[in-house]
Structures are given as C-alpha cells and as structure tokens.
Unconditional design. Sequence first.
Length: 319
Amino acid sequence: MTASEKTYEMQWDCEYCGAKKLLGLSQRYCPTCGGPQNPAKRYFPAESDKVAVEDHPFVGADATCPACRHAMSRACNNCSNCGSPIDAGKQVAMHGGQQQGAGGQWQPAESTEARGGASASKRKIGLIVGLIVMALVVLVVARTALKKDAVLSVVRHSWMREITIERFDEVEEQGACRSVPAEGRILSRTTPEPKCTMTRVDKGDGTFKETKACTEPAELCTYRIDKWKAARTAKETGGLESAPTWPALNLRLGNCRGCERTAAKTESYTVGFDDAQGKPHDCEVTDVNRWKGFAKGAKFGGQIRVVGGDLDCDSLKAK
C-alpha cells in the first residue's frame, strides 16, 4: 500500500458581515470587518477552493482563551485579543473526518448525535438477534425433549449408489499471475486499477490533513491448464427386491485429455415406515445388512417429535 499526505487550510464564514470562504489558519480575523474567527464554524472546502499549507509546523489543536473565548494557537502563551494566559484553555471543537465516496463526493463526518443514533440502532439490532437466538434455542430444546410414542409399520425400502466421474481436460482459469501453476499456459495479463481511499482529518488548528492511500492490485492472468474436474455422475437405485450394486462404468482410463477416473462414491439405504395415521416416515441406515433386517410389514415402536413431526430413528424398537 502506498500513501501520501497533504495539508490544507480549513475555511470559515464571518458571522458578523457574512464574508465567505475565509482561511482557517492564515485569516484568524475577517479581512472585511475584523470580526474574530469562530473555530466551531470551520468547514472543509470544496476541491476547487483548497489552499495548500506548505511547511506548516503543527503545534496542536487551537485552545480557547479562558477569559475572552477567542481561539488561539497552542504556540501562544497569551491571548492576542485580551492578553490572558491560555495554558488552561480548552481545545476547540473539531470536525469529524470525511471520506471520499462514489463519484468523488466527500461524505460528511458523522456527528456525535448520529453516532449515538447508530449505537442505539446497533443495540436494537443486537436485542433482536438475541431474541432470535433465544427462540431458536427454545425450539431446539422443544424438538429434542417433546416427543410422543407411536407404532410404525415397515412399508418400503430404497437404496442409492452414486459415483462421481472426473475427466482430464483443458480448462480456462483466472488468478494472480504469481500463482499460475508452472504448467499453466498464459493467454493474457491485466493489471487492475489501484484502489484508492481519500480521507480528511481536521487538525484543529485551522488546517486539515488529506490522505490518499492506494492498494496496488496483483497482476491478473487468464490461463489454460490441463486438470481433472468433475464431469458427470453415475447412479443406481432400487429396493429390497434388487441387490444394491454400483453403476457399471465404461471409462477411458489414463492421463490424457478426455480420459476419465472415478472420484467420490456415496451410498444410502432408506427404510420407510407408516404410523397409525398413515403418515410416512423415513430412516436412513448405514449398514446394508441392518437395512435388509427391517422386514416388510414388521412393527416397531418409536417416538415422533412434537416439533416438526418427524421420527426419531434412534428410538426404534421391534415389537
């Protein structure tokens, strides 16, 4: 990341004669009527009105004279308006920062009131999230604890076996050039525009600091590479009347373009029950022999969850 900083004068408008766009550092009094600058009324200038401050020694934010309330530089020992010591003077009010948004427009800083409103909104959101979490916890507890007994009959069986098949082929990808694999064939290179953020910070002495921070993006490459990727799936399904089998495959084996290989294999075995009201319930079984052991028409006792109405498969007991 690269960053650059420049210092510019804040501006102010005279409260006495209405003179506009006076300079916050070099014009402490109105050149038209002599009225004193009100530091609380300083503001960030428009882009076309910025006046750069060269080699300005920053000595801290201005202080308000305890006697006459005029703003004075921290470099002063005594007020130039009334002569009183200013060492006990309080720091003048300062503006919040600005950040340049979309279209180059400067977004005004949040006021304390706005920040307070935002905090209140965050508290409200936090309360709502807390209530939602509490409701979910109650729901989970109710689902786990509230159950009713039921008598179930085995009415169906089903199984599924599936194989993912990968193909070795040329694919086109994009990524940081420094991360392109050695075997990748680069087609093009592009360098995205740097992402820059502009911020303004009131220094409190009639000037503000403008910072431009830029992040240099990585060079992007579009490239082609030969690699294995998922191409298709083969599936077999059936019931109790057919023995579970894996799909028959006709693969072109090897390490060439268009060659195929098997990847992930999945299998599932499901037993279907009907309760006394004829409502269906399914339980998945991991072991094929146990799955076959659920004889069609056999009776089982079990528990139905009150919340959700589904069967707790771990509660099944043969009758």
